[in-house]
Design a protein around this ligand. Structure first.
Ligand SMILES: Nc1ncnc2[nH]cnc12
Ligand SMILES: [Zn+2]
Length: 329
């Protein structure tokens, strides 16, 4: 049975929503030549051995994104699909540097994304927030310049994140970036413990001062860290289909997300790069039901955690939570 529980999507890369059909449509629109003859050939390439093998295709496909209209079309397609998945609030990331290095101005990126986000509540009943994610395998100085530019143009961002190749790129390399963002009143999130060690989760918390960890699954290798994450109720945005697609976890049947939930960790379930990893939020939830026997009670706790961990005005948070936990009186 399809549930109407409200969910917040908190871990979603807009560029990771580029379905093969849209990649080819935008390639034609912009006269970009791709090394794939058709949709089936491109879809066959959506098979990965690790994070880097995915990132190589993820960045290559961005070549088709050139104009504000392209970014708006990508974002609109995602929001329509998210609404069908039961998402009522979406906090989405964009990678500004990945476009800037290709010669696409930040203004074009932000105009297109904002165009779509600003009508989302009206069009789909999905409230939104935008995070600028910085690429940890590029220099901190470049990230600082881009943040400065985004602030100067009053880009509609709620916060910043840190993504891309994790191993060998610790959070502590970005302390000045996060200090600057904090001083501007921005919310702070970072990928940590996806392919990197538990120590990166600790650094993201203690050195960067993040409010939320994207992934964090490798925290399970450190009992003291798990104890701390439970005590502090640090939000962990876990992406089961992503972890299996990138081989961090062998099979969905082995995914620890429900054990994490039952150990008292503040986990919620998200889709990361849904076009690449086999599904959106509803697909991730269905996979947990099918492969791990997720109960309706666990599903409701995941929904409540997602809403509690979101950046939401108090009245909207309360209204959404009331749908998950109806007042028994
Ligand atoms: N799963 C992921 N990990 C790190 N960087 C990313 N950028 C897009 N998806 C990512
Ligand atoms: Zn991610």
């Amino acid at each position: 049975m399809t549930s109407t529980l409200p969910f917040a999507e908190l871990h979603l890369h807009l560029e990771g929503t580029l379905e093969p059909e849209l990649v080819l449509e935008l390639a034609e629109r912009n006269a970009v030549t791709l090394p794939f003859a058709d949709v089936d050939a491109l879809r066959r390439a959506y098979a990965f051995s690790d994070l880097q093998s995915f990132l190589d295709l993820y960045y290559a496909n961005m070549a088709v994104l050139r104009t504000p209209e392209d970014f708006a079309d990508m974002t609109r397609a995602y929001l329509a699909r998210a609404a069908r998945a039961g998402v009522r609030h979406a906090e989405v990331m964009i990678d500004p540097q990945a476009h800037l290095v290709r010669g696409v101005p930040l203004e074009a990126v932000m105009e297109g994304v904002d165009d779509a986000l600003s009508t989302s509540e009206r069009d789909h009943g999905v409230s939104t927030a935008l995070f600028a994610a910085f690429l940890r395998d590029r220099p901190e100085g470049e990230a600082l310049d881009v943040l400065h530019h985004l602030l100067g143009m009053h880009a509609p961002i709620t916060g910043i994140g840190l993504d891309s190749a994790e191993a060998g790129h610790p959070p502590s390399d970005f302390v000045r970036l996060y200090d600057r963002a904090r001083a501007e009143g921005l919310h702070l999130i970072a990928h940590a413990g996806e392919e990197g060690p538990p120590a990166y989760v600790v650094e993201a918390l203690d050195v960067l001062g993040v409010d939320r960890i994207d992934h964090g699954v490798r925290s399970l290798e450190d009992d003291a860290l798990v104890e701390r994450l439970v005590a502090e109720q640090v939000p962990l945005t876990v992406c089961p289909l992503s972890n299996v697609a990138l081989r961090g976890v062998d099979r969905l049947e082995d995914h620890p997300v429900l054990d994490m939930l039952d150990r008292g960790l503040n986990v919620s379930v998200h889709s990361d790069d849904p076009a690449y990893f086999g599904g959106y939020l509803d697909d991730n939830l269905a996979a947990l039901t099918d492969s791990l026997g997720m109960t309706p009670e666990q599903r409701a706790r995941l929904a409540a955690n997602s809403i509690r961990s979101a950046v939401l005005p108090a009245d909207r948070r309360a209204a959404l939570l009331a749908e998950v936990e109806p007042d028994p009186t």
